[in-house]
Design a protein around this ligand. Structure first.
Ligand code: PLP
Length: 371
């Protein structure tokens, strides 16, 4: 089935008792045993599983083309579950511009437990040279945040294949509508479902989707259910509901982003636009090869430096100055301020999450703010 159909049907079933067309929210924490002591409803206790979470996990797995998915209370909880599934002393290679929240998590919570190197994973020589006997995981994030660097997933998978190394890809910026890392050979996909899956800036969630069930996946399931960083049934319901429109929303986001990127690229106050859909993007060819859409986050660098970047943020009316991305409303952010002192982000960079407003209104607001 096609993705639009999966998005609508794979996370829903008609309730057999009430015949409600939309699957109801099951708030119960516990489920009745059958006379034989079994669990005829398939659920025991809601930390372990819940009907709404099961439906959400089903649609997530189908959308990414994986065997199974696990839903979490946030993207960071999903990422942390991967790190917790490793053995003490294992080594991780991660991108040098990894999402700062997960980078800080590794550096703060896993220091002394895991080893990690943040490197330019796009350079195969650099990547190879950092592989050690205890390397168990290569973490990818493509396109990356906020520099929109694109990693050749197949290249990394080929390097990892020669060793006993898993490849996990944070696919938050692309969504399965724009990129399917499992089809390119990655072992697992991670999402902050807070972003495009939720799509309305009103719920937090995370997900892991595995290509294949394995002992490693079972360990991640244990981290999920024993650790308990699970989403509530209500959050699962709203996420499942939002996913029904994800394909159409994504198409609108991507179209707007391309037009805004082209507008900014031709503006004389702008030094550079970072967007994988522009031919000027250094990895445009890789992006074209492995993505079916170029996503809807873009960054641009202003000629006038940090002061000008901060002036423009405040002059924008329709773009709200706020962190995060993937909602229907457009957001803008001076990223270096958010990321703190060890940031690699240029001080004159603004990151935009392009929303679903009409492109003419977005461009008009940019035009007045740039002056
Ligand atoms: C937001 C984000 C995360 C973290 O997700 P939360 O839901 O905020 O915990 C991880 N990776 C990327 C690329 C993100 O944008």
């Amino acid at each position: 089935m096609k993705v639009e159909t999966i998005a609508i049907h794979a996370g829903n079933h008609i309730d057999p008792t009430s015949r409600a067309v939309v699957q109801p929210i099951v708030t119960a924490t516990t489920f009745e045993r059958g006379d034989d002591g079994g669990f005829p409803g398939g659920h025991i206790y809601s930390r372990a599983s819940n009907p709404n979470r099961a439906s959400l996990e089903n649609v997530l797995a189908k959308l990414e083309g994986g065997e199974e998915a696990a839903a979490f209370s946030s993207g960071n909880a999903a990422g942390m579950s991967v790190f917790q599934s490793l053995e003490p002393g294992n080594h991780i290679i991660a991108p040098d511009d990894m999402y700062h929240g997960l980078r800080n998590q590794l550096k703060t919570l896993f220091a002394g437990i895991l080893e990690f190197d943040f490197v330019n994973v796009n350079d195969s020589t650099v990547l190879r040279s950092h592989i050690k006997p205890n390397t168990k995981l290569i973490w990818l994030e493509t396109p990356s945040n906020p520099l929109l660097k694109v990693t050749d997933i197949k290249m990394v998978v080929a390097i990892a294949a020669g060793h006993d190394i898993k490849v996990v890809c944070d696919n938050t910026f692309a969504t399965p509508l724009c990129q399917q890392p499992l089809a390119l050979g990655a072992d697992m996909v991670m999402h902050s479902t807070t972003k495009y899956f939720g799509g309305h800036s009103d719920l937090m969630g995370g997900a892991l989707i595995t290509a294949k069930k394995s002992d490693w996946w079972q360990k991640i399931r244990n981290v999920q259910t024993m650790g308990g960083a699970i989403p509530s049934p209500t959050d699962c319901y709203y996420l499942t509901r939002s996913i029904k429109t994800l394909p159409y929303r994504m198409r609108g986001h991507v179209k707007n982003a391309q037009l805004l990127a082209e507008y900014l690229d031709n503006h004389d106050k702008i030094e550079k636009v970072l967007y994988p859909g522009l031919q000027s993007h250094p990895q445009y060819e890789i992006a074209k090869e492995q993505m079916t859409g170029f996503g809807a986050v873009l960054s641009f660098l202003l000629k006038g430096g940090e002061d000008e970047a901060k002036r423009v943020v405040n002059a924008l009316q329709l773009f709200t100055q706020a962190t995060s991305l993937g909602g229907v409303e457009s957001l803008v952010e001076h990223r270096a301020s958010v990321e703190g002192p060890d940031t690699q982000t240029p001080l004159n960079l603004l990151r935009v999450s392009v929303g679903l407003e009409h492109i003419d209104d977005l461009i008009a607001d940019m035009a007045q703010a740039l002056g």
